[in-house]
Design a protein around this ligand. Structure first.
Ligand SMILES: Cc1cc2nc3c(=O)[nH]c(=O)nc-3n(C[C@H](O)[C@H](O)[C@H](O)COP(=O)(O)O)c2cc1C
Length: 206
């Protein structure tokens, strides 16, 4: 398999998306990729963060995770983006990072990368698909090759989201973090991304 570089770029306030991102990193590494796990910069004011102990704690817990840079996007053959649902949309912190990729887009650097996305929401019908589709809008503009999980593994029938792996964390996080089944779905989504990125890379090289 051609060596594949994967950047997993995410925003997480209270840890749900971070857990999915870590599982995706495991899946991609197991599939033989070189992986960069990167959080985007927190932009919320300290008073907002301070009003939610779980948010403040998660920032402390992930202090050692490197912040995403444009170079992580340019370097990658494949990109996995993760964001919590925010009013049916992606988090503004991730969008702000995406909006810094204009120069790479102008240079044509973003075309032909394999792209995929995952999310979490408080409620089952709270906008998971719309959040993933919103992230996918960017992939179309980049000329990315979107590789969704579909139902390509039985695990996705259990978690039930062919658009991208997702988790329902419950109002105020009351249902807790992703189950082992959902984490396995995230690993599989990442493996699939690596397989397609490797095939495309090998095909283009030959
Ligand atoms: C400002 C804000 C908006 C949100 N909007 C939605 C929403 O539209 N639908 C929903 O089901 N959950 C919504 N949620 C809940 C989060 O998507 C959910 O708690 C998610 O699991 C958090 O992920 P994280 O732990 O990685 O931050 C919202 C939360 C916040 C703080």
């Amino acid at each position: 398999m051609a060596p594949v570089n994967v950047s997993i770029i995410y925003y997480s306030a209270t840890g749900t998306i971070h857990a999915l991102a870590q599982a995706a990193a495991e899946g991609a590494e197991k599939a033989g990729a070189t992986v960069r796990l990167r959080k985007v910069r927190e932009l919320a004011p300290p008073e907002a963060i301070g009003s939610n102990p779980a948010w403040a704690r998660h920032i402390e817990d992930t202090a050692d995770v490197q912040e995403a840079a444009l170079e992580d996007v340019a370097w990658a053959d494949a990109l996995l983006f993760g964001s919590p649902t925010r009013f049916g949309n992606l988090a503004s912190q991730l969008k702000a990072f995406i909006d810094t990729t204009g120069p790479l887009w102008q240079q044509g650097t973003l075309a032909d990368k394999v792209c995929s996305a995952f999310t979490a929401s408080g409620t089952a019908h709270g906008g998971q698909e719309s959040t993933i589709l919103a992230m996918s809008n960017t992939f179309y503009h980049w000329g990315g090759i979107i590789v969704p999980p579909g139902y390509t593994d039985p695990v996705h029938s259990q978690t039930g989201n062919p658009y991208g792996v997702s988790h329902v964390s419950g109002p105020g996080g009351s249902l807790g973090g992703p189950s082992e089944v959902t984490l396995e779905a995230a690993r599989h989504q990442a493996r699939r991304v690596v397989e397609f990125a490797a095939a495309i890379k090998a095909g283009r090289a030959s």
